[in-house]
Design a binder for this molecule. Structure first.
Ligand code: PEP
Length: 252
């Protein structure tokens, strides 16, 4: 009923040359594994090379951020049409590293999401609780609120181009993973929130990924959960064999 999406987030890794070589090596390894979509979200300067290398393969290319204005005096930022023209089809918005280190808030995440969707990009919208919130038992409230704020003003039609990545902040890049039960339960809370904002149909159709130290060893049991429709993968997306093993788990 809904698409499984395995997306890599390269973060600030790989030069354009390395990106091209990686994709040429990865393409035959994931060829024909069509039970999931395969996406690589790469640094801005890698997009054109990555898109060229991915031509004729089942690998799609995404960016890791986008600004909400179409153009202007926003030094260091990038506009949606620039990403599209370079060859990006997807963009990650609201990653916890953006929220933590670059002042991203639910308000700016919402603005960026609206601009990306209006321009024709598909959005991988990241949200999730920090460790203190999980420990104090307010995870459900936190992710429900983020879902509402981040999707404010986005229509049900536009939502078809949104993937939500549930990423508990305490699990990102730490080697700690949510248990499959925790991932399933919290993705379920997000799905229920989508149902309340939009409709049961929208909730049934939206892809909700888990992200947070997903790797070749734990992907199968996470992806087996009913509410987990794929993964957003950082560290393990930088190695062709590890990333392929996750794609394989999604195709089992
Ligand atoms: C991420 O960057 O979204 C992520 C989940 O990273 P890692 O897999 O390294 O925890």
């Amino acid at each position: 009923m809904r698409k499984t999406v395995i997306a890599g987030n390269w973060k600030m890794n790989m030069t354009p040359k390395a990106a091209g070589e990686f994709i040429h090596a990865l393409a035959p390894m994931v060829k024909g594994k069509d039970k999931c979509d395969v996406v690589l979200c790469v640094p801005f300067v890698d997009i054109a090379v990555a898109a060229e290398a991915a031509k004729g393969t089942n690998i799609k290319i995404g960016a890791q951020n986008v600004h909400f204005e179409a153009k202007g005096a926003f030094t260091g930022e990038i506009a949606a049409d620039m990403l599209l023209e370079a060859g990006a089809e997807y963009v990650i918005i609201g990653h916890s590293e953006r929220r933590q280190y670059f002042g991203e808030t639910d308000e700016t995440v919402n603005l960026r999401t609206k601009a990306a969707l209006a321009a024709g990009l598909k959005v991988i919208l990241c949200l999730g609780e920090v460790k203190e919130q999980r420990l104090s038992g307010i995870t459900d409230e936190v992710v429900a609120m983020q879902t509402k704020l981040d999707l404010a003003g986005i229509s049900e039609e536009q939502l078809k181009n949104v993937i939500i990545a549930y990423e508990p902040v305490w699990a990102i890049g730490t080697g700690l993973t949510a248990t499959p039960e925790q991932a399933d339960e919290t993705c379920g809370v997000i799905r229920k929130t989508v149902a309340a904002i939009y409709s049961k149909k929208a909730a049934d159709e939206i892809t909700i990924q888990y992200g947070g130290s997903m790797n070749d060893g734990n992907a199968a049991e996470l992806l087996a959960k009913a509410n987990v429709d794929g993964g957003l993968i950082g560290g393990a997306s930088l190695k062709t064999d590890k990333f392929t093993a996750i794609v394989d788990a999604a195709n089992a």
